[in-house]
Design a protein around this ligand. Structure first.
Ligand SMILES: Cc1cc2nc3c(=O)[nH]c(=O)nc-3n(C[C@H](O)[C@H](O)[C@H](O)COP(=O)(O)OP(=O)(O)OC[C@H]3O[C@@H](n4cnc5c(N)ncnc54)[C@H](O)[C@@H]3O)c2cc1C
Length: 611
């Protein structure tokens, strides 16, 4: 407040005018991120299209954009959520969309076994209800996965997904922007350049710290690589991000906006598809029933209906439409048109187990700096707003050093950070003793929160209907660790990761492993296998990569769609989204889902002899 008096100094008015103009410019600056006007197209009840795409998320936006390249095809894209708000465009603000109207706000069921350190034994699963889907709220990490992930899909009989084929479609999607990558001949060849999806590298404000952690990873044998994708996701390094010029490269922005003026593409938002219309006799998808502002409408598709509603909503919609496990459907008074037992089954996810290390590291949160960063963002799209809230380094490692088994993300939280309670309470929903143990240590030490993920779990969960009401959330039964191999593997992986405490950097800052205060684990020796199993079982949440609930495969008994993503035993119906993955990929799922969209669009064009 020392400057208050100077504000009372005489002025000619020029000074205040300059500052007022600057403030006016900056307060209006959020408009600089508005792209094309967001408006729905006019559609009427009973309108007919060639293709109807349900859900405009990571995959659905790709489908709508690629299919509408064929001028003769009329495409309708129906999205339950609205156009993306400002917060989704600025990388560090997207968490502001959690638990709002832009989020389906799913919670997993309490199974009485796992997640008992979490409020109600129930994990919060944010899922975007926005055009662009989860590509608008995700952590923007761009990882292709390991080639063996796709080899497994292919070897299981999904002949359209050979690693070489898949590579072609990753590259088709990509538009690499990073100048260092472009100038490196090997990396330049490795990435695609002509696709819609901008990929770059964050200019991260925590680079001083992350460089030291990268050295630590090197010391414990998780060697630094120059590019994680090129290294087939083994080792450690700085991640690539679906970002360009400080803004998020969501699929609505990168795929839909550039083609928004196409006459053959209609987009309607805030419209919930409640049912796929299927002819019971011919088992053929004819169209959809959708609700907007309380009014039900029907839309018809002469060629195909494509469901891209995501891993939770896709099986829900299939079941509501009469495709699913017969007994389950009948128990909800739904007429079973096709008995498809795998619908909603084979749910897999990447769990997230906290490994918390503390140390005497300097660094502090300064409000003035943060406000200045906001101005910097408006000025040249740099500063902390241009990156997601966690660091931009990753580690992929395994016990056999060949195929990635584990991944670690990292969050660095400066000493005595006030927002820490909020994150652990609202996002992770830990019970009070766990939060207190973290907050108390953070009062005096910087916190390195490693988010440990098991990449290839053996456990399966499922999605089931609670009722035939399309607006009632389905049950998400996660069943994390119901296969004991997952607990064993997690404990081994966590012990491998905790070795980082013995590296030069952590020794220098007096680093130590913090005990998470959860009564059943408190008597167990810190860092022992038993301790980690206890922590994993009780505190594991999610990094939000659910897949598999409409998985691809050969038999209707164990899969929902075939290699061309056509729903078994139903004509003119496909699923194109994360739910079709037969098994989890080694890493974050957005890139692979976009690849699936690219591949599917070409499969369709080939089938109808186009392109
Ligand atoms: C918080 C979070 C962080 C993540 N971080 C990363 C990351 O950093 N990197 C990464 O690679 N992956 C990340 N992921 C995962 C990745 O974003 C998802 O795997 C991917 O976006 C899934 O794409 P999708 O097309 O299957 O589903 P979505 O993108 O969820 O799209 C489904 C769309 O369908 C709409 N819809 C659903 N039901 C209906 C209906 N009945 N009628 C009409 N519309 C409907 C939804 O509103 C939604 O827009 C993250 C996910 C989350 C939630």
């Amino acid at each position: 407040m020392a400057d208050v008096e100077s504000c009372l100094a005489p002025t000619t008015g020029t000074g205040p005018q300059v500052f007022a103009a600057a403030f006016q410019f900056f307060t209006a600056a959020q408009c600089l991120l508005q792209d094309v006007p967001s408006h729905d197209d006019n559609v009427n009840d009973n309108d007919t299209f060639d293709f109807i795409v349900v859900g405009g998320g990571s995959a659905g936006s790709v489908m709508a954009a690629r299919l509408s390249e064929i001028a003769d095809w009329k495409i309708l894209l129906i999205e339950a959520g609205s156009y993306a708000p400002f917060e989704s465009k600025v990388p560090s603000l997207s968490r502001g969309l959690y638990k709002t109207v832009n989020d389906w706000q799913y919670f997993t069921e309490d199974n009485g076994v796992s997640a008992q350190g979490i409020q109600n034994g129930s994990i919060y699963w944010p899922r975007a209800k926005i055009l662009g889907g989860c590509s608008n709220i995700n952590g923007m990490i761009y990882i292709r996965g390991n080639t063996n992930d796709f080899k497994t899909w292919y070897d299981e009989g999904n002949r359209d997904w050979h690693p070489r084929t898949v590579l072609k479609y990753f590259k088709k999607a990509e538009s690499m922007q990073d100048q260092h990558v472009l100038q490196d001949p090997q990396l330049n060849r490795f990435y695609g350049h002509d696709g819609p999806l901008f990929i770059n590298t964050f200019n991260h404000t925590l680079r001083n710290y992350t460089n030291k952690i990268l050295e630590s990873y090197n010391e414990i044998g998780i060697k630094n690589v120059k590019d994680l994708n090129e290294a087939n996701v083994m080792g450690s390094g700085i991640l690539r991000a679906t970002a360009a010029n400080g803004r998020r490269s969501s699929t609505d922005y990168t795929y839909l906006e550039p083609v928004r003026s196409r006459k053959n593409l209609k987009i309607v938002t805030d419209t919930l598809v409640t049912k796929i219309i299927i002819d019971d006799t011919t088992k053929t998808a004819k169209g959809v029933i959708a609700e907007k502002n309380g009014t039900l409408m029907s839309f018809f598709a002469t060629v195909e209906v494509i469901i891209s509603a995501g891993t939770i909503n896709t099986p829900q919609l299939l079941m509501l439409s009469g495709i699913g496990p017969k007994a389950h459907l009948e128990s909800k008074n739904i007429n079973c048109i096709v008995d498809s037992p795998a619908v909603g089954q084979y749910l897999q996810d990447h769990i997230n187990i906290p490994l918390t290390i503390y140390g005497n590291e300097t660094g502090y949160n300064n409000i003035a700096d943060q406000h200045f960063d906001a101005i910097k963002y408006i000025y040249n799209r740099t500063g902390y707003l241009a990156q997601v809230p966690f660091t931009d380094i990753l580690a992929f490692f395994s016990r056999n050093n060949k195929y990635p088994e584990f991944q670690a993300h990292l969050n660095i939280i400066f000493k005595n950070t006030s927002r820490i309670t909020e994150v652990y309470k609202i996002l992770y929903r830990y019970k009070p003793s766990l939060i207190d143990s973290i907050v108390t240590l953070n009062k005096n030490y910087a916190l390195y929160h490693f988010l440990f993920n098991l990449l290839h779990p053996h456990s399966y969960g499922n999605i089931t209907l609670k009722s035939s009401d399309p607006k009632e959330h389905p049950s998400i039964n996660i069943n994390y660790f119901n296969d004991s191999r997952d607990l064993d593997a997690s404990a081994h992986g966590l012990k491998m990761l905790s070795k980082i405490i013995n590296t030069s950097y952590f020794k220098n800052i007096g680093g130590f492993l913090g005990r998470l205060d959860w009564e059943p684990c408190n008597a167990l020796e810190l860092d022992s296998e038993k301790y980690w199993k206890c922590i994993a079982l009780n505190t594991a949440t999610s990094v939000y990569h659910p897949v598999g609930t409409a998985r691809m495969g050969l038999q209707i008994t164990s899969s929902v769609v075939n290699s061309k993503l056509k729903v078994h035993c139903v004509n003119r119906l496909r699923v194109v989204d994360a739910s079709v993955m037969p098994s989890l990929v080694s890493g974050n799922t957005n890139g692979p889902v976009i690849m699936i969209g690219e591949r599917a669009a070409d499969l369709i064009k080939t089938e109808y002899h186009i392109g």
